[in-house]
Design a protein around this ligand. Structure first.
Ligand SMILES: Cc1cc2nc3c(=O)[nH]c(=O)nc-3n(C[C@H](O)[C@H](O)[C@H](O)COP(=O)(O)OP(=O)(O)OC[C@H]3O[C@@H](n4cnc5c(N)ncnc54)[C@H](O)[C@@H]3O)c2cc1C
Length: 541
């Protein structure tokens, strides 16, 4: 191979591809005992961008090309052919470094469903200890039921840093609409409204690079290599044995004596499997990729939360838009953050929300809603009026999409086809969701604030009009999963031990292995998956 250089240390016990939510957890856990050598390869940099540290920095980082992959979907057939921006972190910490910080695990029933699909070891009772092992409830949090929560784990979870007037109105509005207040979304039941907990520590972002990688980086048995784009997994006799990556325009090859673990996330893990010859044999052959294993389901089963928004103009100058439109307002935000680590800069963009059912006959809550005490005209730019935004997504969509190769080239973005709103049940649930947002916005508690509904506006009223609005405006909630589906059946990409079927020495450990979306945000579940995977890998070693 021309231009290939072998690294000084040629062989590691384990090679992990991707230092994101999952990869950083694995790097820490697999090196903890000191018995195994681990190489962690990350395509992005070890960035010192200060916005990565400050929770509100989310608005500055999600579309920053120096920190992300800058993906877009292919034209979406059910969203008027729009190409939806799909940010993904490309930096130590991965997407956990640029996400919205909300700490939600999903419902116990989500994991029991995984188990019912044949995934032994993944029921809620099985995975709860891993959520708890990861977790460090901050000292000053409101105490929560210890049967569900952990102290002393690497991932610090904090209570909301602010109780904005509009957020308080939201909790009260939900109560007026029959949704009771809850203080803990991560216990036995999820239904209710309240403040989300966030992955921050002392008012700073606690991504997995901070929580897991930093404490492990001095270990002599861990080698972290940023700016290293992995282009291929190499196989010998059906066993994954080496990894090729590009760094500073040079190719390198490293060998794994035990296992290679893909933690590239729901887009890049299936991309890398396909680039390495594990995928739909016919399609790979068309691209000139030698087929290692014909696994036609690699990249299928793509699921994501699609969000709809409703924006109101506020009659009082209390929104974050107001703060950001004046120098004194900005100074006030900054002062609160700098002196107290409080206020909108210290928390999630959507600090408050909840879960409810779209129909009484649905077994568990199937809609998640949020309030942002601000509104944006376009990414990173707030509206020039005082605005606040309600958001909703359907928790367990039935539409399925696909990640496939556009070219036999690791630097070329894959084709991303989420196929949003393909299923009628998804369309109906989101239409109901928009109606719910409108009910919340019209509740008594919002009357001191609500001047008018700006988006979609009062003229969007019938189901058809709401659906047309969704097609015009709905966007990702940033939770793609499922493209390397875990399952006991033959079509599954990985088995319940996360080993890639059809080859040896290779696992996938990240959000892509989820058989079905969980009812909530996906960072905490991905951390849990990696915590559990670490045990599986170490037991095998
Ligand atoms: C804008 C946004 C907001 C979000 N908000 C929330 C939230 O509030 N709460 C929540 O729970 N979840 C949220 N999420 C989702 C959550 O953060 C992700 O589900 C989770 O981080 C996925 O983790 P992962 O390990 O699967 O992938 P990632 O964290 O994306 O990690 C994959 C890593 O692999 C690297 N990589 C990929 N390919 C290669 C390659 N070929 N070579 C080398 N390295 C490679 C990537 O650069 C990346 O660092 C949000 C996501 C986004 C984008």
């Amino acid at each position: 191979m021309s231009g290939v250089r072998t690294m000084t240390v040629e062989s590691y016990d384990f090679i992990i591809v991707g230092a994101g939510s999952a990869g950083c957890v694995l790097a820490n856990r697999l090196t903890e005992s000191g018995r195994h050598t681990v190489l962690l390869l990350e395509a992005g940099p070890a960035s010192h961008n200060p916005w990565l540290k400050i929770p509100v920095g989310y608005f500055k980082t999600i579309h920053n090309p120096a920190l992300g992959w800058g993906y877009r979907t292919r034209p979406e057939p059910n969203l008027n052919g729009r190409e939806i921006p799909w940010p993904r972190g490309r930096v130590l910490g991965g997407t956990s470094a640029i996400n919205g910080l909300i700490y939600i695990r999903g419902q116990p029933e989500d994991y029991d469903h995984w188990r019912q699909l044949g995934n032994v070891g993944w029921s809620f009772d099985d995975v709860l200890p891993y959520f708890m092992r990861a977790e460090n409830q901050a000292d000053d949090n409101t105490p929560l039921d210890q049967a569900f929560h952990g102290r002393g784990g690497p991932l610090t979870v904090s209570d909301a840093a602010d109780r904005h007037l509009l957020c308080e109105a939201m909790v009260e509005a939900a109560r007026e609409c029959g949704v009771e207040r809850v203080d803990d979304f991560n216990a036995a039941h999820q239904d209710g409204a309240g403040y989300y907990q966030v992955t921050t520590r002392n008012g700073r972002r606690a991504d997995t690079a901070v929580a897991y990688l930093k404490p492990a980086r001095r270990r002599p048995n861990l080698h972290v290599v940023p700016d290293a784009l992995v282009s291929k997994i190499g196989f010998e006799d059906g066993r994954a044995v080496h990894v090729t990556f590009t760094m500073r325009d040079r190719n390198h090859m490293v060998v794994a004596s035990r296992e290679i673990i893909l933690s590239g996330g729901a887009i890049n893990s299936p991309q890398l499997l396909q680039l390495s010859g594990v995928g739909n044999g016919g399609r790979l052959a068309d691209l000139g990729i030698p087929v290692v294993a014909h696994r036609p389901h690699v990249g299928l089963n793509l699921q994501d939360h699609l969000q709809a928004q409703l924006v109101c103009r506020c009659r009082q100058p209390v929104t974050v838009n107001d703060d950001l439109q004046s120098l004194t307002g900005k100074a006030r935000l900054l002062w609160r953050y700098a002196t107290q680590r409080r206020g909108p800069m210290a928390g999630a963009p959507s600090p408050v929300g909840g879960f409810m059912r779209s129909r009484p006959e649905v077994a568990t809550a199937d809609l998640q809603f949020f309030l942002m005490p601000l509104s944006v005209a376009r990414p990173g730019v707030v509206d020039d009026f005082p605005g606040y935004t309600f958001c909703v997504n359907q928790s367990r969509p039935e539409s399925r999409g696909e990640i496939s190769l556009a070219a036999a080239d690791a630097t070329a973005p894959p084709d991303i086809r989420p196929n949003y709103l393909d299923a009628e049940v998804d369309r109906q649930a989101l239409i109901t969701g928009v109606r719910l947002l409108r009910r919340l916005s019209l509740a008594e508690s919002f009357m001191p604030y609500r001047e008018a509904e700006i988006r979609p506006g009062d003229d969007v009223a019938s189901d058809d009009e709401i659906l047309a609005y969704l097609r015009r405006t709905a966007a990702t909630m940033y939770h793609p999963v499922g493209t390397c589906r875990m399952g006991a059946d033959d079509h599954a990409v990985v088995d319940p031990e996360l080993k890639v079927r059809g080859v040896a020495g290779l696992r996938v450990v990240d959000a892509s292995i989820m058989p079905s979306l969980v009812s909530g945000n996906t960072n905490a579940p991905t951390v849990m998956i990696a915590e559990k995977a670490a045990d599986l890998i170490l037991q095998a070693a």
